[in-house]
Ligand binder design. Structure first.
Ligand SMILES: [Zn+2]
Ligand SMILES: [Zn+2]
Length: 154
């Protein structure tokens, strides 16, 4: 079963799931040098890892659509006003413009990678820095803004 099939199965079964797209040198990547997609099934508390030689960007985008709905990249983000996020977004935009590598992670409260348990975190790795924006309420609007930037063509 590939990542997309697993996600479809979890969704159909009504599971609480989410996923991570990890770049080759991402700090969360257990196999540096390969791209990874990690699917967490919080219903069964299972983590499934998939590794790739070539970037699975398209699969990642499909997973995001499965998780958030197909319209989410077209939606107008309702920004939260989180100051840390504004800095984070500015750095991501700068890196995108300059063609520098960056990756981001949305860590839900129950996520295995989340060191701020109970909170939602948007984490950016860019330009040798790690920036975090922490939320005790819905971070979805800010996340959508970042996703749009990430998946938009260069
Ligand atoms: Zn990363
Ligand atoms: Zn997670």
């Amino acid at each position: 079963m590939d990542a997309l099939q697993l996600a479809e199965k979890l969704k159909q079964g009504g599971s609480v799931w989410h996923f991570h797209f990890l770049d080759k040198d991402c700090k969360f990547n257990p196999k540096r040098g390969k791209f990874a997609l990690i699917i967490e099934d919080k219903t069964g508390n299972k983590k499934t890892e998939f590794f790739f030689d070539a970037s699975p960007l398209e699969t990642s985008q499909k997973l995001a659509q499965l998780l958030y709905g197909t319209g989410f990249l077209g939606a107008k983000p309702q920004r939260t006003g989180n100051k840390d996020f504004e800095n984070l977004l500015a750095l991501a935009s700068k890196c995108k413009k300059e063609g520098k590598h960056w990756c981001y992670h949305h860590l839900v409260p129950s996520c295995a990678f989340n060191s701020h348990k109970g909170m939602c975190v948007i984490l950016l790795e860019a330009d040798g820095q790690i920036l975090e924006a922490i939320y005790n309420s819905n971070s979805m609007g800010d996340l959508t803004e970042l996703e749009k930037l990430f998946y938009s063509s260069k």
